[in-house]
Ligand binder design. Structure first.
Ligand SMILES: NC(=O)C1=CN([C@@H]2O[C@H](COP(=O)(O)OP(=O)(O)OC[C@H]3O[C@@H](n4cnc5c(N)ncnc54)[C@H](OP(=O)(O)O)[C@@H]3O)[C@@H](O)[C@H]2O)C=CC1
Ligand SMILES: O=C1O[C@H](COP(=O)(O)O)[C@@H](O)[C@H](O)[C@H]1O
Length: 512
């Protein structure tokens, strides 16, 4: 632990709109606390929380301390360290859309500048319900507190719009009020260590890049499975569904990292340009094709981790006849030189067998089979699995000769786990991303055109699903791998899902 604050970093104030909410409590403040423990925050750093709930500074600190105790990867071990952090937290009770709260906030920011003898970097974090983003942006602009393009930033949480039209409208408003370089659209998957490692894996090793194309890769599978249900977020989730909540952002971003061309450098715009190229190359889905390339599901009751759980329609805030999908699987084609003819399968869902996110790259067979057919009875394709969470790591499956006097091939795995290789805990995604905002690095954030292109990919599916309600919901049992139709989707090309290896209690992996 190194709580020496960084004296070379610019003085910074982070204003959190929506500071009494779940995100601030569960993710943002625990992440900032961990940055503090690592000595990664500026020496002069303050957090100003804004929300309508009546609370004083002490109440705000108590609430956030509880959040840190419950959700931080490192707990509070000594009170003086916590106080050193908590002294930087203050609260402003009020509706941020009113002139009164705006004036109080402006005064507080000016006060900090005076105290610190200079204009601080200002980060405005919109941790507010999606419907309030536009009002918050207008208010921020009218206060005139976010006009220095090089020092003032705003962070916009997901969901960024609810379809292409609303995302365009929000982008239009934000870019009319602020410079694009000030806007940080967050997708927390991009802050995950192992998601970032996809780029390191692909572009820092000469071993894999030569085979990373249609000549050697047969197909790609991206799985982001969750064991949890919608919990207390049923009200929000029911207006969203798996396609908007997970595919439009997290899964398509992972796909971009797997499929993008090498950027010239690791600068924000170089990386983002290459990712946008991928989204633009995804073959548009015609409405009449939707049923062939996309599958939806909703969980019914079942067992997860040996416990009985309710179905989606019984969750808090969910209507009993809801037709919102909690599972989505897609088949996408990327129409470019590298990926022509290689299907990309994506699937995500709640209340699946386990929480696990991974990318499986399945390779084509060797061009000439020289072994007798008896030797290759149990042949399996070469594959590479990039495990994002949990037990982050990489495993490749290769064929070897089985020991013995007969020539018989068998598949074995070679791999590494982050934990075994580095013996260090990874930072949470929000730690990485908040530090990047403080430092003004937008590489891991979404640009306007990325967000819109991603909405463009899923729009035909959203439209078709909305116009034709499903007749068979709920169509998968909690605790499985989703509806049978997801297996059929991929079986049409002669493929089957690679079911992730699951950790057992002893830390060994269990066959799926
Ligand atoms: N929670 C999560 O895990 C995740 C959340 N997000 C996104 O983050 C954002 C926030 O989510 P979450 O924290 O869960 O939402 P909550 O509903 O828990 O919190 C919203 C906050 O906004 C405040 N607020 C609402 N209206 C105003 C207003 N006019 N003036 C001042 N404050 C206001 C509320 O406090 P009060 O009523 O006291 O004003 C509350 O503190 C959403 O966009 C969500 O989609 C994204 C990913 C994950
Ligand atoms: O953005 C979201 O992500 C979480 C899953 O994130 P993870 O880091 O736990 O994998 C998901 O539960 C939530 O519905 C969604 O809004």
């Amino acid at each position: 632990m190194d709580t020496t604050m960084n004296s070379r970093m610019e003085p910074t104030v982070m204003v959190v709109f929506g500071a009494a909410g779940d995100l601030t409590w569960r993710k943002l403040v625990p992440a900032l606390y961990n940055l503090y423990l690592d000595g990664r925050l500026p020496e002069r750093f303050a957090i100003v929380g804004v929300a309508r709930q009546e609370m004083d500074d002490a109440g705000f600190r108590r609430k956030l301390r509880e959040g840190v105790d419950l959700h931080s990867r490192r707990s509070v071990t000594d009170e003086s360290t916590w106080s050193g952090f908590a002294d930087r937290l203050s609260y402003l009770a009020g509706d941020f859309t009113t002139a009164e709260t705006g004036a109080l906030l402006s005064r507080r920011l000016e006060g900090l500048d005076r105290e610190w003898n200079g204009r601080a970097v200002r980060v405005f974090y919109f941790a507010i319900p999606p419907g309030l983003m536009e009002a918050a942006a207008r208010q921020l602009e009218s206060l005139g507190v976010c006009r220095d393009c090089s020092r003032d930033r705003l962070v916009v949480e997901k969901p960024f719009g609810r379809d292409l039209a609303s995302a365009r409208q929000l982008n239009g408003l934000l870019t009319s009020l602020f410079a694009e370089t000030q806007i940080y659209r967050i997708d927390h998957y991009l802050g995950k260590e192992t998601v970032q490692n996809i780029l390191a894996f692909r572009f820092a090793n000469s071993l894999f890049e030569p085979v990373w194309n249609r000549r050697y890769i047969d197909h790609v599978q991206i799985t982001v499975a969750e064991a949890v249900g919608v919990g207390k977020r049923g009200g929000y989730y029911d207006t969203s569904g798996a396609l908007r909540d997970m595919v439009q952002n997290h899964l398509l971003q992972i796909l971009c990292l797997i499929a993008m061309e090498p950027p010239v450098s690791f600068s924000a715009d170089e990386v983002r340009n290459k990712k946008v190229d991928v989204l633009r190359a995804i073959r548009p889905i015609r409405p009449e094709e939707v049923h062939r390339v996309a599958v939806r599901g909703q969980y019914g009751r079942g067992m997860v981790a040996c416990e009985g759980v309710t179905g989606y329609r019984e969750e808090q805030g969910v209507p009993p006849d809801s037709v919102t999908e909690t599972f989505a699987a897609l088949k996408l084609w990327i129409d470019n030189w590298r990926w022509q003819g290689v299907p990309f399968y994506l699937r995500t869902g709640k209340r699946l067998r386990a929480k696990v996110s991974e990318v499986a790259i399945l390779f084509r067979p060797a061009p000439h089979q020289l072994f007798p057919s008896a030797a290759v009875e149990s042949w399996q394709p070469n594959r590479l699995v990039l495990r994002i969470q949990p037990e982050e790591g990489i495993a490749s499956r290769i064929q070897v000769k089985q020991p013995g006097t007969r020539l018989l091939l068998g598949a074995v795995d070679m791999g590494f786990r982050y934990h075994d290789a580095f013996h260090a805990a990874s930072p949470e995604a929000y730690e990485t991303l908040l530090l990047d905002v403080i430092c003004g690095d937008a590489t891991l954030f979404m640009r306007a055109d990325q967000v819109e292109s991603a909405w463009g990919v899923i729009s035909p599916i959203l439209d078709t699903w909305e116009s034709v309600p499903p007749a068979d919901f709920p169509n998968y049992q909690a605790g499985g791998w989703g509806p049978e139709t997801a297996d059929l989707l991929i079986a049409k090309e002669g493929h089957s899902w690679v079911q992730p290896d699951l950790p057992t209690e002893e830390g060994e992996t269990e066959a799926p």
